[in-house]
Design a protein around this ligand. Sequence first.
Ligand code: FE2
Length: 570
Amino acid sequence: MRNGQLLAAAEEERFRRIKHWAGFPSQAIGYCLKEAKIDLSDVTHVAVNRSGRANLLRKLRYVAFKRPNLRLLLNRWRNHKQVMQIDDELRALPGRPYRGTIEYIEHHLAHLASAFYPSPFREAAVVSVDGFGDFASAAWGRGRGTSLSLDGRVLFPHSLGIFYQAMTQYLGFPHYGDEYKLMGLAAYGNSSCRQEVEKLLSLKNDGTFALDLKYFRHHKEDIAYEWHGGEPVCGPLFSQALIEALGPPREPDAPIEDRHRNLAFATQAVYEDSFFHLLNALHRRDGHTAIALAGGCAYNSVANGKIKDRTGFTQCYLQAAAGDAGGAIGAAYAVWHRSGARTPEMTHAFWGPSFSDAELAALLEERRTDIETEACRVQTLADEKELVGTAARAIAAGQVVGWFQGRMEWGPRALGDRSILGDPRRADMKNILNLKIKRRESFRPFAPSILREAVADWFVRSDDVPFMLQVIPIRPERRGQIPAVTHVDGTGRLQTVDRASNSRYYALIEAFFRLTGVPMVLNTSFNENEPVVCRPEEALDCFLRTKMDVLVLGNHLVRRTAQAKAETPI
Ligand SMILES: [Fe+2]
């Protein structure tokens, strides 16, 4: 960030090619410096979204009175130290040494800052909900102009994020970040297990919540927990008491049964009740109509889509990287706003690396043999109209198109620069994508990117959802027209696309609209069981090893010929 303007933001996982990679982000730092055309010695502040001092008294009181397991304490302390001692790692970076300050910002204050400061609101309620960070799992405050207060917290060991993650693990999805699988599965269930899951937590009069701790392990046992130098690992969070109450957990490879679907439904329902209980208490307190949200739980796009129906808030903003990655820019925003000047609204997510046309052309030349071996043909279309027209025709013909353009997205969603696109009208598109590339669980929905002006025609509300973080019901009469992006409950996790934020992607969807009368395309992230592609080499490799039909790299089209398709039918 320079003079309050965000210059670059990218997650380390994209460079390391390991999903959710946790640890010192040296490659992302290298990229940001390159993008800003500066050296580390030019930087004046490094901000970190953790603070050893935050909630220190409460931590000490907890240790004194609850006497938790010593190994648990030591492991937590070790993890904490790795995040807090970054001086050595900064010094080890290439180039002239860092001479500025290191600012440690409380985890949830960084979350709140990441939500409010990039929002369009002059005044808003600001809420953060996650697993844990600096001994708290939720926090809230008031944002006003350049000021932001942190007024309240839910402290360890109570956590909505832990509740959701424990149930995700129980249902056989053990990996870090698997919560969206439970969210997708929930739409297939009914409310028959609700009372069983309601026992796991209770709602308090002040708007907060408390876990029934006998069902959880995180507060008393040393759970395997690794958060450094690779994919994060977290051992089982649920206790034997939960197994006794709900029955044996589902093994990851076991079939999904109705009971699992119903438990997923109940988990989502109990989560929503607790989340809206908190939001309604905050609305009653201040009467704000706008809310800005962050924290890992802010990726619960199903709950986010219901905020307007179930609370008094009429406007909602979520920044593209609402989870912990967003804490990086949140910490930077918190430091910048001491200057008293407000930063501009974040209206798009394109803050990552980009590659010039010359670089793309050179890559295609260099890899010509690989491309020809796969019986693919390269074509360059410098005229944008021709380029988007050709890609739109391929999509309308049922082909799967890899779409690589401009700067990589910030946050977990591909939003039209590192996307794989398909025809939303085809009922078989989900299967085609899963067979050709994704091989993901059949219950997970695909999402539409829709022209901003067309939202009201296709969805029950005309909200602006630029970062794909809200799920909204599709108009019942439209659902049959776009089966590939209509979830089983009639909803869609839409991305609204406006011309100003991404003119080429807008032009592509517009071209598809002219061909088909449908103003949207199916958009899924450009990857195959790996982090979203960052560099064109990764996009080309993904294209060549999967059965994608077309790859658009900037102005260049790589197509599988009829011969290639005959050799590898899906
Ligand atoms: Fe967090």
